[in-house]
Write a protein that binds this ligand. Structure first.
Ligand code: NAD
Ligand code: GLY
Length: 382
């Protein structure tokens, strides 16, 4: 059995360069503070790192069927070669698997494997795996620890950080879940090389979101280095994952349970979710969020909260990343309005919108009316 790492650096980093690109971000949540390690080649070193971090522990790796083939089998070899006691369980890849019965099935496999309260779950995969394995960890024997090993850009910049876990119901996404923070996050940017372009775009939409809501410097950097960003140049990729994680860490440390500040992370998502659902989920999440960000930027522009130049910069950056910003005609206004009114983020009957207040700043308002939404959506149809 070979212990040579077969992934982790994309062939773009010289081996002696690898460790110099590792970054560490802390998520300073009281009593539950944890680190995110970011860089290429991390998975090749994971055996030694887990041995030092949690010596003698039993691990169960939860992954999906695609990631199992791309990374899971090789990672099992690396961990076993380092003397780590680990088993792997998997489920069919895709959002359709993010269901309670799949969680129950995984839990029963864990019982068969003898998992007890001292077992640690390794969530290896995208946001579906992270959300589901985190949820499983939070309810298995009333709660066991877990570690996030995100393998999509979206999971590295967003879903693996902040502790939201859960599954979908036929009535809506993420309707069952818990807040449960991981012990650590290992984000190996080298694994992103095999990601389909559409999945990369899903993550880039969230990175643009961080620029819009928090950091005009990040936005400037995405504009200046867009070519390196889309080509996953290692230093630039590590930098955008780090900056995104720093922003998310700051926000969730201040408001873990989304009572206030954390709501800014929904920038573009209220209209985006409505577009996504109106399309019967044919429009991928990241593309719908891109359209949603354009629409709220237009609402903000109409309220003189952001300049037309900055809205055009957003449009140009979405174009650079091949993220669509035109809302198709077949998504009709009524359906968007109706879905927004039934969004699970509606509180006390009022829809909260995260608007731009200049580049890198936001304001949450609850007085956006249907006419304003329709005007903004209309402006996004051409
Ligand atoms: P995903 O987990 O389904 O991954 C997308 C696809 O990419 C899957 O088919 C997967 O098998 C494949 N894949 C993963 N890593 C790969 C790799 N390195 N190479 C090749 N293929 C790979 O989807 P996602 O976009 O990562 O996550 C979406 C989910 O995240 C949604 O369920 C959403 O609700 C959730 N989410 C959660 C949070 C949170 O805070 N918890 C935030 C945002 C999104
Ligand atoms: N992605 C939104 C949140 O984590 O709150």
């Amino acid at each position: 059995m070979s212990t040579e790492p077969s992934f982790g650096a994309c062939g773009k980093c010289a081996p002696d360069e690898i460790s110099h690109v590792w970054e560490r971000v802390n998520v300073p949540i009281e009593d539950k503070s944890y680190d995110i390690l970011i860089g290429p080649g991390i998975l090749s070193e994971l055996g030694n790192m887990l041995d030092q971090f949690m010596p003698g522990k039993n691990f169960i790796m939860v992954t999906d069927s695609t990631v199992e083939d791309y990374l899971g089998v090789d990672l099992m070899n690396i961990l076993e070669a380092a003397g780590i006691k680990v088993s792997m369980i998997s489920f069919p890849a895709g959002e359709e698997s993010k269901r309670m019965d799949v969680v129950v099935d995984l839990a029963r496999k864990m019982v068969k494997l003898g998992a007890d309260r001292s077992t640690v779950i390794l969530a290896l995969g995208g946001g579906v795996t992270g959300d589901m394995a985190g949820f499983l960890a939070s309810i298995y024997m009333r709660g066991i620890p877990f570690i996030q090993i995100p393998t999509t850009l979206l999971a590295q910049v967003d879903s693996s950080v902040g502790g939201k876990t859960g599954v979908d119901l036929p009535e809506g996404k993420n309707l069952l879940g818990t807040f449960a923070q991981p012990l650590r996050v290992f984000a190996d940017i080298g694994v992103l090389c095999t990601l389909p372009a559409s999945e990369l775009r899903n993550g880039l939409a969230e990175v643009i979101k961080y620029g819009m809501i928090w950091s005009s410097e990040l936005f400037d950097m995405l504009e200046a280095k867009w070519w390196d960003v889309v080509n996953l140049e290692p230093h630039v990729t590590a930098d955008i994952v780090k900056q995104s994680c720093e922003i998310k860490a700051h926000v969730v440390a201040e408001d873990e349970r989304e009572g206030g500040l954390r709501r800014i992370l929904n920038f573009g998502h209220t209209i985006g979710h409505a577009v996504e659902a109106s399309s019967d989920y044919r429009i991928p999440h990241g593309e719908a969020v891109a359209m949603g960000m354009m629409a709220v930027a237009r609402i903000s522009e109409a309220r003189d909260m952001i300049s037309s130049e900055d809205v055009e910069r957003l449009a140009a950056l979405l174009d650079r990343f091949s993220l669509p910003r035109i809302i198709p005609e077949y998504i009709d206004d009524d359906s968007i309005i109706n879905l927004i009114q039934h969004d699970k983020k509606v509180r006390d009957g009022r829809v909260h919108f995260v608007l731009c207040r200049g580049m890198g700043h936001t304001e949450i308002v609850d007085d956006v009316n249907s006419e304003e939404i329709i005007r903004a959506v209309t402006a996004c149809r051409e």
